[in-house]
Design a protein around this ligand. Structure first.
Ligand SMILES: NC(=O)c1ccc[n+]([C@@H]2O[C@H](COP(=O)([O-])OP(=O)(O)OC[C@H]3O[C@@H](n4cnc5c(N)ncnc54)[C@H](O)[C@@H]3O)[C@@H](O)[C@H]2O)c1
Length: 363
């Protein structure tokens, strides 16, 4: 019997296996088709994952009545146009981050989703690890009191995706490290804080390494092409003000001179405690974890394994999406949350270009 949710993939590059690996044990979902402009990568991918349908055009993929849902895993420029096409073809869509090249494009998806009545979800995988959900639950239950500030940081010393590919080429990517990894930290920090109401932001973006052919980490399967000049930022920072008086400081880099190879953390400061979610050799043996820091009488107490609710146990973005299509679960990532994050990202670029703070409510 065919599965209830039959997936077609657009883009068989570095991230696409995550769908096949995630749903292989879901009894009601399967990947039935995959398309890529690069025929060689499409064939190798389909062979590896035993996928029978290998359409050679996007229209052939989207016109197939045997496909219920589309996973959009192509360069950022195509996220929105392909999502709109898939929704118009009557498919559910799970799309890779970032949502869009800018907020205006993202709003087109919001309008199309309303019209289509199909499920759309942004695949924010970092929402699902249990430490992330624990941190979210602790904040929602008021354990750390009033949240007034957060720090969101993902800084790599040498982690630009493969140079001379679409990742560093603005026309295809829309931006550099901010759209690529800043999006994750902003999303997870707003998710843990429970605050998706950004008001203003002041941001700066810098391109200092990739332009000089430095700082490559190597992610990505697309072939190098000298025409793909590096013209995006590899460092970004911002101060964001949110409703209720809360603020977030965001620091992101693909490349920077720094002692650690990789720093990844969200720190949520509250009046009664702080939650740190991150990866540090000194904590939990270097495994990503959540630490609750509170005060008992006069002593500071660190809890490296705080007890809290995990709403989606043993779940990931794809299983959550399938279960949501089947009406069994709420999607973890809502369109309003995705729009809020995209608003901030667009605001940071505009603030940087203007050299001044931007009112996000006017974007
Ligand atoms: N959620 C995450 O943590 C995560 C991690 C990595 C990448 N991503 C996102 O996934 C998307 C793809 O990234 P990747 O690392 O797989 O890139 P990649 O360069 O490895 O693969 C991109 C694939 O898309 C194909 N492609 C390019 N243009 C196309 C088109 N017009 N139509 C069909 N196929 C086309 C390429 O041939 C290539 O196979 C990006 O938007 C990226 O931001 C998300």
């Amino acid at each position: 019997m065919p599965a209830n949710v039959r997936f077609g993939i657009i883009g068989t590059g570095a991230i696409a296996p995550s769908l096949c690996n995630a749903i292989k044990n879901h009894k009601q979902a399967e990947v039935v088709a995959a398309y890529d402009v690069h025929a060689g990568r499409q064939t190798a991918f389909c062979d590896e994952f035993g996928i029978a349908k290998r359409p050679r055009t996007l229209d052939e993929l989207l016109g197939d009545p045997g496909i219920d849902a589309i996973y959009v895993a192509v360069p950022n420029k195509f996220h929105v146009p392909y999502t709109l096409k898939a929704l118009a073809a009557g498919k559910h869509v799970i799309a890779e981050k970032p949502f869009a090249m800018d907020i205006e494009e993202a709003r087109q998806v919001a309008a199309a989703v309303k019209k289509s009545r199909k499920l759309w979800m942004l695949g924010m995988n970092r929402r699902f690890p249990s430490m992330m959900q624990k941190a979210h639950d602790l904040v929602a239950r008021g354990v750390i009191g009033e949240v007034y500030h957060a720090k969101a940081r993902w800084q790599r010393r040498s982690g630009c995706p493969k140079l001379q590919t679409w990742f560093g080429h603005k026309k295809l990517s829309g931006g550099g490290c901010l759209l690529d990894i800043g999006v994750h930290m902003l999303d997870q920090t707003m998710f843990i804080s429970g605050n998706f109401k950004p008001l203003t932001c002041s941001g700066s973006v810098y391109g200092k390494f990739g332009h000089r052919g430095q700082g490559e980490g190597g992610w990505g399967k697309s072939d190098r092409d000298p025409k793909m000049t590096f013209d995006v930022e590899d460092f970004a920072n911002a101060h964001i003000r949110l409703a209720g008086g809360m603020s977030i400081d965001l620091d992101v880099s693909w490349a920077a001179h720094m002692p650690k190879a990789n720093v990844m953390e969200s720190i949520i400061f509250g009046t009664e405690g702080t939650i740190w979610v991150g990866q540090d050799e000194a904590v939990a043996g270097g495994k990503e974890s959540a630490v609750l820091c509170t005060r008992k009488k006069k002593e500071f107490v660190l809890d490296e394994n705080p007890k809290a609710k995990v709403k989606y146990p043993h779940c990931d973005r794809f299983n959550n999406f399938v279960n949501a299509v089947l009406g069994r679960e709420q999607p973890c990532v809502t369109i309003d949350q995705a729009l809020a994050v995209q608003t901030v990202l667009t605001g940071i670029y505009r603030s940087s270009a203007k050299g001044a703070e931007v009112d996000l409510r006017k974007l």
